[in-house]
Design a binder for this molecule. Structure first.
Ligand SMILES: NC(=O)c1ccc[n+]([C@@H]2O[C@H](COP(=O)([O-])OP(=O)(O)OC[C@H]3O[C@@H](n4cnc5c(N)ncnc54)[C@H](OP(=O)(O)O)[C@@H]3O)[C@@H](O)[C@H]2O)c1
Length: 286
């Protein structure tokens, strides 16, 4: 088994490598692919081989995938990422002799209206069309995104949101990375599409209550409309394109589309998923 983890300089890439090592995969079996190798120096210092692997540079992709049997492909998606961003890397993967490609997709990718869904759908479709053996990890919204809401509410005593009473079954990157390491090393998962969400869904009102327990003073929850939220972000100077992406994200969140009672993730992990409270505790202790 030779595992290439791309996007290794990022949060998820780092955590997946850490989980692979903890599960007994040797350093020699892991290759860390990074667009900017200097951002993965810490991995090199741990004895992991770091190679250049840039989704826009085909030469790095073909060279990087040589001899690889298991490819942990981290999706990339910024507000301005083109829909077909992953095509070159998937084409290179199709030429490699892979036992599996594990791809970090997005929750309910086929029907999702999230701004990043078209990029993930396009990648999933390309992987399927080229007949690459795969697992799709369809991650729900990362809990880490909401950590800043809680921390700000602890500091200011206020939490403003357009999400209404919508529940969010968010997942921590820690749990996603652990699941990725399990899936990579257990062939019984190969061929599956896994929708990964947290066990305990929460509302923004719950986040305000959580902040209150740490602030030890009242935290006011102020529900606002999508239009009010748009106006606030516009006044804060968000560029037009980012504004459109944020509007769409808030609309999907308020619709309740990020809620589920699917427990696939905790079944894979063999333990309950981390909650937003767990993350706040970890953050405050670090
Ligand atoms: N946020 C969510 O709720 C959510 C939900 C589902 C899925 N996801 C997906 O999960 C992915 C990973 O999350 P994360 O927290 O690990 O993100 P992150 O910390 O921003 O890491 C992204 C990684 O991708 C690399 N990268 C960017 N463009 C690249 C390119 N052209 N070629 C090669 N590598 C490139 C970055 O490299 P550099 O260091 O060179 O920039 C970085 O290592 C996200 O990108 C997103 O697609 C997110």
């Amino acid at each position: 088994m030779k595992i290439l983890v791309s996007g290794a300089s990022g949060h998820l890439g780092h955590l997946i490598i850490r989980n692979l090592l903890e599960r007994g995969v040797s350093k020699e079996q892991i290759v860390a692919g990074a667009r900017h190798t200097n951002r993965a120096r810490d991995l090199e210092a741990q004895g992991i081989k770091v190679i250049p692997f840039d989704y826009d540079q085909p030469a790095t992709l073909e060279a990087g995938l040589k001899g690889i049997t298991h490819f942990m492909m981290i999706s990339v998606s910024q507000n301005d990422t083109p829909v077909h961003q992953h095509d070159l890397v998937i084409e290179a993967a199709a030429k490699a002799n892979l036992e599996v490609l594990v791809f970090t997709s997005i929750f309910r990718a086929k029907e999702s209206n999230l701004p990043l869904a078209p990029i993930m759908r396009a990648a999933e479709e390309e992987i399927e069309a080229l007949g690459i053996p795969h697992v799709f990890l369809r991650d729900n919204a990362y809990l880490e995104m909401y950590l800043s809401n809680v921390m700000q509410a602890i500091q200011t005593g206020q939490l403003v949101s357009s999400a209404g009473d919508a529940k969010i079954a968010g997942v921590s990157r820690f749990d996603i990375a652990e699941a990725a390491a399990i899936v990579l090393t257990h062939p019984e998962y190969y061929g599956q599409t896994l929708e990964l969400a947290g066990d305990q869904a929460f509302t923004f009102k719950d986040l305000a209550q959580l902040a209150q327990t740490y602030r030890k003073a009242p935290v006011t929850y102020q529900p606002i409309t999508l239009a009010q939220s748009h106006q606030m972000m516009k006044q804060a100077g968000f560029p037009k394109h980012d504004l459109a992406v944020m509007d769409q994200l808030e609309k999907v969140t308020a619709s309740g589309a990020l809620n589920t009672d699917d427990h696939t993730l905790s079944e894979i992990l063999g333990h309950a998923t981390l909650t937003i409270d767990d993350l706040v505790k970890r953050y405050l202790m670090s």
